[in-house]
Write a new protein. Sequence first.
Length: 369
Amino acid sequence: MNNPKKNILPFIIMAMTVILNIYSQDQESSNSFILEKNNEVPNIILMIGDGMGLSQISAAMYSNKNTTALEEMQYFGLSKTHSYNQLVTDSAASGTAMACGEKTFNGVIGINPKNKQLESILEYCNTKDFSTALIVTSSIVHATPASFYANVNSRRQYEDIALQLRYHNVNYFIGGGKKHFTRRADKRNLIKEMEEEGYGIVNNLDNFNNSNNQKLGFFTYDDEPPPISAGRKPGLESLIESTLNKLKNDKKPFFLMVEGSQIDWGGHANELPYVLSEFKDFNKAISSALKFAKDNGNTLVVVTADHETGGLAIKKGNLKKNSVIGDFTTVGHSGSMVPVFSYGPNSELFNGIYDNTAIFSKLKTAVDN
């Protein structure tokens, strides 16, 4: 009599062989896809809330129906902000640390303590054939944006900083400070010079949107832009969406730095409503960046601060009324660590506690990965 177990055994072996072959093919296909995705150079959006510590974020969140776009981020870290020789940094030293990867003296931009000019992450991306862009709610020659394209011994050298932007390869820039390009001690009109060499310079968002020039500057104000609460236009959300649309159309990887500059100014003034309104403007821009990153699938978004300003402490408030009451302990900066939020490819690099110089090296790793 035949053994039924012997009769069924060949079919079991055959079925297992087919399943293993299919699984092997699936694994090979899956691994190939992963390798292909990992080899694709990501876009980078670095967003800096100047003066934005955890207290500023918390206060703005509680006053904004207890929510913020930062809650959509995948990873969270903390950055040590001290400068080369001082516990409390300024925006020049901290901007240089993040942009160029080295600590320096307060007030110095793009130069290390040994007087060596440094290459910024934006300039490194230029060497990799990235499109590059800067958007700020201050003047474009202010300390933070300048850290990405200039090398000067003093952040107050506005005309020298403007001259360095005039000769730089930034594709798109938006900010105030037009007067540093046109009303100068050397009598030069840098805007005219830039236009003669192919740059497009505009003075409103419609002209920015309608221009097809891949070297384009938009001066929002002649001097420093006013607060958003005093009618600053356009809002940061519109500026980032317009710039991202241009960068997308360039059809190559890009590096974009966006600064919510005036969160810091509200802290210096010890005016909590000023801080809150500027953060809310910045928060809308973060939402736009995250939407782009989710739709694109290959964009790293990093949101951080250069330092905390004002030593803000939240004393009390009312969640139902979206109200917050706080006190400031200084009109200057504080030495508190600041948060680093990240989303997208290589976002796990920004987990943990590290010096602000590591932001440069982590971004560089993302570019080279």
